[in-house]
Design a protein around this ligand. Structure first.
Ligand SMILES: Nc1nc2c(ncn2[C@@H]2O[C@H](COP(=O)(O)OP(=O)(O)OP(=O)(O)O)[C@@H](O)[C@H]2O)c(=O)[nH]1
Ligand SMILES: [Mg+2]
Ligand SMILES: [Zn+2]
Ligand SMILES: [Zn+2]
Length: 401
């Protein structure tokens, strides 16, 4: 039995016993099923539009896996698979092999919504697809009707890239959450002496609301973090007093009162709680620790600083530059007196790496929540993700040494 995490509801499901979704076609004698709101899907996956019904696979499925089934209500034939828990349609090859999942976490006002919009826009563009010869798609595009997440993306892209405005703080919502943005990244894996194989990874991005100081993540966030096989931890450098002092920031640029260390600790506690890794062991999930809003430091660093060097657009993750970036950010962090963060990461995680990103590429007008007149110019936003996908355990993106 392959237990995989559903990228929509984060529950562990049996990849060999996925459900089916009716296509609403019916058969010679009956009309097809009609759409209605699926209460379970609304509750577990945050999707509240009307959908066609789903049903369990025939009983003998375990012995003889089937690719097609007949709807018990309308008799129509279907090959669309769905999650047994939240009933969201899943890609055809989901669950056949391991389907690692990557997720994102960050404190209040760190820039999660902005970063996610920019990153998702890049994932949807043809640039990454071409660069990596990968098949990258937003899951659900194919089945249509997955309005809520693609609407979120379209609206935010329009807001930031066309109207040059910044999104409002994401409201916390404990009863219901929005549907996550789920991408499927299928890459070729070439290894000497072996046949080329394809590997798929699921990127599930849930735009969480920044929590207030001290509160532990809600149940959804806990499940989300626990189900992820790799994480992007987005940190706000403005929340490090020593870093903040070097910048002349207006009060409106400070969006939280929670110390960076507290955010990191919150993630660690959530991971320990959701995965049951005791205090004596280090957490094995790889963590990409990305410092956001780095455009604010560009002038201080100067033109020739290595952190202002972008990787070459080669079809792989630039390991050498990545390692150098890690060292550079670690040095900056020390100069900001963030040694406790480094120490905490070392003590609690087996695999982590620092990143320097800027979703906007230039400081915005904080007071009026406007993007700088030059527009949004994303800087190194995809690197945390590329690093994770290049790790051996995922092997979806090649590494270039
Ligand atoms: N300089 C700079 N500021 C940024 C950048 N991205 C976000 N910001 C600032 O951070 C603010 C918050 O960004 P959001 O993306 O809304 O942050 P969030 O983490 O989603 O916040 P919550 O939803 O409240 O948790 C923005 O309004 C900007 O002022 C960036 O790339 N550079
Ligand atoms: Mg937000
Ligand atoms: Zn039906
Ligand atoms: Zn599900």
């Amino acid at each position: 039995m392959t237990k995989v995490a559903c990228p929509f509801c984060y529950q562990r499901i049996d990849g060999a016993a996925l459900w089916f979704q009716c296509l609403g076609r019916g058969d010679a004698d009956r009309d097809g099923c009609s759409r209605r709101v699926d209460e379970r899907r609304r509750r577990l996956a945050g999707f509240n539009a009307a959908v066609l019904p789903t049903f369990a696979p025939p009983r003998n499925q375990r012995l003889r896996p089937v690719r097609l089934a007949w709807c018990p209500d309308c008799g129509g034939r279907t090959g669309v698979r769905a999650c047994p828990q939240c009933h969201t349609p899943l890609p055809p090859n989901f669950g056949h092999s391991s389907s690692p999942m990557i997720a994102m976490f960050g404190g209040k006002g760190t820039g999660k919504s902005v970063y996610l919009t920019v990153l998702a826009r890049e994932l949807r563009s043809s640039e990454l697809r071409r660069r990596f010869g990968a098949d990258i798609r937003m899951t659900g595009d194919r089945h249509g009707g997955q309005e809520s997440s693609s609407t979120w993306l379209t609206q935010n892209v329009e807001l930031m890239f066309t109207e040059h405005r910044l999104p409002d703080p994401t409201p916390p919502n404990r009863e219901r959450r929005g549907e996550p943005l789920v991408f499927e990244w299928r890459g070729e894996r070439r290894r000497w002496g072996r046949r080329t194989s394809y590997r798929t990874s699921y990127l599930s991005f849930h735009d969480t609301a920044g929590e207030d100081v001290g509160t532990l993540s809600g149940a959804y966030d806990l499940a989300y973090i626990g189900a992820a096989d790799g994480l992007i931890l987005l940190l706000d450098p403005f929340m490090l007093p020593e870093a903040r002092e070097r910048l002349r920031l207006p009060p409106s640029a400070i969006r939280s009162t929670e110390e960076t260390m507290a955010v990191v600790d919150r993630l660690t506690q959530s991971l320990r709680a959701s995965t049951g890794v005791g205090g004596g062991d280090r957490i094995s999930k790889p963590i990409a620790v990305a410092f956001a809003k780095m455009d604010a430091f560009f002038d201080l660093l100067g033109r020739d600083h290595p952190l202002r060097q972008e990787p070459r657009p080669v079809p792989g993750y630039d390991e050498r530059l990545g390692r150098a970036t890690h060292e550079q950010v670690a040095a900056l962090l020390r100069s900001w007196r963030g040694d406790d963060i480094e120490q905490h990461l070392r003590q609690n995680y087996r695999t982590f790496r620092y990143f320097c990103v800027s979703a906007l590429g230039a400081p915005p007008d904080y007071d009026n929540a406007l993007v700088e007149p030059g527009g949004v110019r994303p800087y190194r936003v995809d690197e945390p993700l590329l690093w994770l996908l290049s790790l051996n355990r995922f092997g979806v993106v090649p590494r270039q040494d």
